[in-house]
Design a protein around this ligand. Structure first.
Ligand code: ADP
Ligand code: MG
Length: 322
């Protein structure tokens, strides 16, 4: 392995067109757009806990950027700058670092974000800490606390696909070649919904990105907004891969509580439904109305036949810890 400085010079110094002074000095220097609020988010990924040590490093680099871009997207902010703190264990040789850095940089650049600095150390376990800075006009950020009774509840994409991919990896769930490729791509290279978050400014009342599972993350909106919800399982869109798992007894658990989707869940007034659809079309992401915000504290989930489902909203816990 080369020295720390050689690694940084070879792999971490990248063009940063939106940055005055990038990697190489004691600090990076950026010029925020006048009058904007800064949105800042950090995520830490630990080997064998958040990713498998043998994950393809290029895909891991992309995902490390994507999960943070997703938080910025969920605020309706525009991502601008990123830093990477990384601990490299002996398992990460230079080709690993090269592929990781390439993936990290490509995902950032696809969303107009500069990689402006970080820190690199050797350690027993690979660890990746990413900080993302974004900008949003004051008062326009999409908070978790803005949902109002009567709002529609929306979700983008088809939740549960990443969990399906994970079940294939962990439990060898049989999947066709096509479905396997699709689900693993959803798991390993999620698409942060940055354009959708931006398009929902001024339309959505509350938003969150689905990282821990749809019910769990919607639950954070409900908690923060002090409202309840009524959801319909049948309205939640499913991918072809998920539809082909109809015989799997717990497919609803994957859809409702599978994590790692990085879709957006948000609420908006019913009068805004057409505006939401226009925003989604502009962002090129499908969205679906899956329920309603209520003023009661309870959280009700209906199955496809209109019967309340027994599944606790906290049912994700044992799933997640499995
Ligand atoms: P210091 O000792 O002052 O922290 P470093 O030697 O750690 O400086 O870093 C030198 C330069 O390399 C800094 O500009 C820093 O931001 C950059 N750098 C270090 N590690 C990374 C990384 N993982 N990604 C991007 N830039 C990095
Ligand atoms: Mg340092």
């Amino acid at each position: 392995m080369r020295s720390e400085f050689e690694l940084i010079r070879r792999h971490f110094v990248r063009p940063a067109p939106g940055t005055r002074l990038s990697v190489g000095d004691d600090c990076a220097l950026m010029t925020p757009s006048p009058g904007q609020e800064l949105a800042v988010s950090t995520d830490v990924l630990v080997a064998e806990r958040h990713f498998f040590g043998n994950t393809d490093p290029y895909r891991l680099g992309r995902k490390s950027a994507a999960v943070n871009l997703s938080d910025i997207a969920a605020m309706g902010a525009r991502p601008r700058w990123a830093t990477l703190g990384i601990t490299l264990s002996p398992a990460q040789d230079e080709p690993w670092v090269e592929a990781f850095a390439r993936g990290f940089h490509e995902e950032l650049r696809a969303h107009g974000t500069d990689w402006v600095g970080g820190d690199t150390t050797a350690g027993p376990l690979a660890m990746i800490a990413v900080t993302l800075l974004g900008e949003v006009p004051p008062g326009q950020a999409l908070l978790r606390s803005g949902a109002r009774a009567g709002d529609d509840i929306w979700v983008s994409g088809t939740p549960g696909d990443a969990a399906l991919g994970l079940r294939f990896l962990k439990e060898s769930l049989p999947l066709s070649e096509e479905d396997r490729r699709y689900c693993l791509a959803r798991l390993e290279t999620p698409t942060p919904r940055v354009a959708l978050g931006l398009a929902l400014r001024g339309i959505a009342h509350a938003a969150i990105d689905v990282s821990d599972g749809l019910l769990a993350d919607l639950g954070h909106i409900l908690d923060a907004s002090e409202v309840g919800a009524c959801l319909e399982l049948a309205r939640i869109p499913r991918s072809m891969a998920m539809l082909r798992q109809q015989a799997l007894p717990d497919w609803p658990l994957l859809v409702l509580s599978g994590g790692d989707d990085y879709e957006l869940c948000f609420t908006a007034a019913p009068e805004s439904a057409a505006a939401v659809q226009r925003a989604a079309a502009a962002a090129d992401v499908p969205v679906a109305r899956i329920g309603t915000v209520t003023d009661k504290g309870d959280r009700i989930l209906y199955d496809g036949d209109g019967r309340p489902m027994d599944m606790a909203w906290q049912g994700f816990d044992h799933f997640r810890n499995a």
